[in-house]
Structure formats: C-alpha cells, structure tokens
Design a protein around this ligand. Structure first.
Ligand code: ZN
Length: 217
C-alpha cells in the first residue's frame, strides 16, 4: 500500500456512508476510478490502508485514497440514495453508468458494505431485471488451472464440522473444509470471501488483500 496515504480519506468515506454532506468538486482521479469500476465486474476494498480495485480474472489496481470519497459520493448521488450507515444494494442502469463512467451498455448491480475497518464495494452485471440480491455473487476466480486456497486473517469455523481454520481450498462458488473427516463445501459470507487472500498450491499469492497487509505490518 501507499505508505503516506493518510487515513483521513477513509474516515470521510465512512462519514458519507453515515449521511454526511459532501461538496462534490470535479475530480479527475474519481472519474478514472469510476471508469475502472464499470469496465467489468469488480470488488473494491477501501480501508485506512488504501483503495484497491480487484477485477474478475485476477487483476488488481491500487489507487490513492484521496479520490475515494468523491467516488463513493458519485455512486450514491447517481442512485439518489441518502445512506444512514446501512449496507446498500442498488441498480444503476445503462444511462447511469454512461453518465458516471462514459461507458455504454454498462448497467450494474452495486453493493456498498460499510464496516469500521473496511468498506467493500462490488459491481456485477445484472443477471435479471430489478434490484440485486442481498449479496453479490463471487467474483470469478483468477485461474481455472491452479488449485487455489483462501487464506484468512481470522480463522473461520466450518459450518459442517465446526473446525476452525484460516485456510480453505477455494473453488468458484464454494470453499472446501480440510478437516480429515469433513471435506464438505460451503459458501462463505461475502465479506469473508472478499477479504481473503488467494494463494495457489505452490504458495504464490494470486490475489492480495489489504486485510493481510495490516497483519504483517
Ligand atoms: Zn468441516
């Protein structure tokens, strides 16, 4: 992460999501971030440690957090939402994404999940008419060839056998318990999945997360 990235921008994002007013000014960085967000399907992590956009297929781009408040405000204003700190799920139509990002045919379901330590923003192509489901479907995994493992900052209990582990084998839809008498799969909560670091079976990091960066700092 950017070591001189002041956490004040994260605090501002949190205030906006609590309903604080924000005076938008033209912000070229926010415009380029919005274009990146709407390019495909994305998971974004905003935290005191930085602003990271992850793309389907494995690409990751860090941005300076300075543009995070303007980016969040633009999404909410376009959807005409006045937040009060709750998790948000809404739909932006083609004309909205065109106005925000200048991209045609880019209607998206949008989820904004506030948290004390991290705010998650997910964009997915709508798969049906109407509003999005409560949680976004998982972002496609970076590699179909490799065995991937999700490494967690906090151990998670398997819902089948209750064995707590900080490593699970990750497939596109589910995680697989490594318990010797279990081996069953389950769908982890979106927040846990989005904050997991992915490594392949050779130990190489396939997808980083700012949650891990905090632990090792
Ligand atoms: Zn288990």
């Amino acid at each position: 992460m950017l070591s001189n990235d002041p956490p004040v921008h994260f605090a501002r994002v949190r205030e906006i999501l609590q309903g604080a007013t924000f005076e938008p000014r033209p912000n070229s960085r926010a415009s380029s971030i919005l274009r990146a967000l709407f390019t495909g399907e994305t998971d974004t992590e905003i935290s005191p440690r930085g602003f990271v956009v992850r793309f389907a297929g494995g690409g990751t781009i860090p941005y300076v957090s300075e543009a995070a408040p303007a980016t969040i405000h633009a999404l909410l204003a376009r959807a005409q939402i006045c937040p009060q700190g709750q998790a948000l799920a809404f739909r932006l139509e083609d004309e909205d994404s065109y106005a925000l990002a200048g991209l045609p045919d880019a209607a998206r379901w949008v989820w904004v999940m506030p948290g004390e330590d991290v705010v998650l923003v997910s964009l997915r192509r709508p798969t049906s008419a109407g509003p999005p489901p409560a949680e976004p479907p998982p972002l496609p995994l970076p590699s179909k060839l490799k065995k991937l493992y999700a490494h967690l900052a906090q151990p998670l209990a398997c819902p089948h056998c209750a064995r707590a582990s900080s490593v699970y084998r990750a497939t596109q839809e589910t995680w697989v318990c490594g318990g010797p008498r279990c081996g069953q799969s389950f769908s982890p909560p979106h927040r846990v999945r989005a904050l997991a670091e992915l490594r392949d079976d050779a130990g190489g990091t396939v997808r980083e997360t700012t949650a891990r960066a905090k632990i090792y700092r």
